[in-house]
Write a protein that binds this ligand. Structure first.
Ligand code: UGA
Length: 432
């Protein structure tokens, strides 16, 4: 099929490249000329394992192309995916949909033959209705159909998640569009993905409901981990014991720091905004947001406790600062609150992240980037493992930390507490 992805951010680029790898002709469009020029040279704007190789492979085989010309790209394509950002509006829970509506207007100027317009961006319920309204101002209804096809990719695992999705959700009541979308996804269904066809509004809501539920699961286990610490129980036993019940499921039950990223914090707020517009109170999700906000303060108190209430001049090494491993993304990472807060209290902080220096910390007094784990840790009083990169999973702390009585605080539970204690390392971890 001939496809066009509008927006070369996470969703657009990953889906575009993967669709081309499945044998489709894909044009990835972006108005950012600099970005498009770089992509043509195989330079990828985001950090995602395996993506660069796949871009080069499909670009060289000419199934994948990049363009800044939206009108030409739309004219050439049968299915047009809208993959632009929907960040939160300033001082509001609501999603800013201006990019979606601008793209809809531009598309409407270029429809001369039948097209399917697919919304892949995360958009509040009724956005599809509005996109349809905008396009129908210029285009006869029989020439186009607006479909919702939410994306469930995780950063750092995006290629795998695209190729082996648990489900593909297509929101449309138009039979012809459903058939075309089903054909497009057929190669993934043969690998086990379930395909469901729902109403457009249901598909839009499935995305938010899923993200909010995952955020709830994480907050639930995070709160339980606080209880486990008090009663001397390992939270991992609880996660395993609960997760083996198929009604609960073991994934997303790993206790850790406050969840972050570009999706959960934004989407939990946006679904509350949608519910408010429909006069519904989603009190559980409101509690989840609050619980996640409180988590960072709680972890700061724990660190202060570990340092015997003497934070000033203490040397703290942070290992990993991104919101999770295998990404360079800092958005809503809990480190953005933990590090400045401790630095303000006088701690001297060095951080090491496998994806390098972070501009977010450049101007913060008492905080500096280290080029290696060793450099960050050798004189540390406290080592905080903040992100679960493989690089940190088999560290020999006795070799890298030279200070007497250094402490390790593991927010990702990467090590066995008993083994660490046996080797006389002052090791503390969340939920144990
Ligand atoms: C999330 C969803 O998992 C994807 O399905 C969705 O497509 C995506 O948002 C999106 O809406 O675009 P992502 O934000 O990339 O994906 O990252 P996750 O792997 O979900 O992690 C989010 C946060 O939860 C991270 O801070 C992570 O450390 C934390 N987390 C995750 C835990 O603390 N415990 C867990 O068990 C799992």
């Amino acid at each position: 099929m001939k496809l066009c992805m509008i927006g070369t951010g996470y969703v657009g680029l990953v889906s575009g490249v993967c669709f081309s790898d499945l044998g489709n002709d894909v044009i990835c469009v972006d108005k950012d000329e600099y970005k498009i020029e770089k992509l043509k040279k195989g330079i990828i704007p985001i950090y995602e394992p395996g993506l660069s190789e796949l871009v080069k492979k499909n670009y060289n085989s000419k199934r994948l192309s990049f363009s800044t010309n939206l009108s030409e790209s739309v004219k050439k394509s049968q299915v047009i995916f809208i993959c632009v950002g929907t960040p939160p509006k300033k001082n509001s829970n609501a999603a800013d949909l201006s990019q979606i509506y601008n793209v809809a207007k531009e598309i409407s100027n270029n429809i001369k033959s039948p097209k399917i317009i697919v919304n892949k961006s995360t958009v509040p319920v009724t956005t599809g209705d509005k996109v349809e309204k905008i396009i129908s101002r210029k285009v006869k209804k029989k020439l186009f159909n607006v479909v919702s096809n939410p994306e469930f990719l995780r950063e750092g695992e995006a290629l795998r998640d695209f190729i082996y999705p648990d489900r593909i959700v297509i929101g449309t009541s138009d039979k012809r569009s459903n058939k075309i979308m089903r054909n497009l996804y057929l190669p993934l269904m043969s690998k086990g993905a379930k395909y469901i066809n729902t109403s457009r509004r249901a598909a839009e809501l499935i995305k938010y409901a899923s993200n909010a539920f995952l955020a709830t699961k994480i907050s639930y286990i995070n709160e339980l981990s606080n209880l486990c610490e008090k009663i001397g129980v390992n939270v991992e036993d609880i996660s395993i014991g609960m997760g083996l019940d198929k009604r609960i499921g073991g994934r997303f039950l790993r206790a850790g720091p406050a969840y972050g990223g570009s999706c959960f914090p934004k989407d939990t707020r946006a679904i509350i905004d949608t519910a408010k517009n429909f006069k519904t109170n989603l009190s559980i999700i409101k509690s989840v947001i609050l619980s996640n906000q409180n988590r960072t303060s709680l972890l700061i108190s724990k660190i202060i406790n570990l340092l015997n209430n003497k934070v000033s001049k203490k040397k703290i090494a942070f290992l990993g600062v991104t919101f999770k491993a295998n990404t360079d993304d800092m958005r809503e990472s809990s480190s953005l609150k933990l590090i400045p807060n401790l630095a303000k209290k006088g701690a001297k902080i060095k951080y090491f992240d496998p994806t390098g220096n972070k501009k977010e910390f450049d101007k913060i007094k008492n905080v500096r980037n280290s080029s290696s784990i060793e450099e960050a840790c050798y004189d540390a009083d406290l080592i905080v493992i903040h992100t679960e990169w493989n690089d940190f999973k088999s560290l020999n702390f006795k070799k890298i930390a030279k200070k007497k009585n250094f402490i390790v605080y593991d927010m990702r539970r990467l090590f066995n507490k008993n083994k660490m204690n046996k080797s006389k390392i002052k090791y503390f971890t969340i939920g144990n």
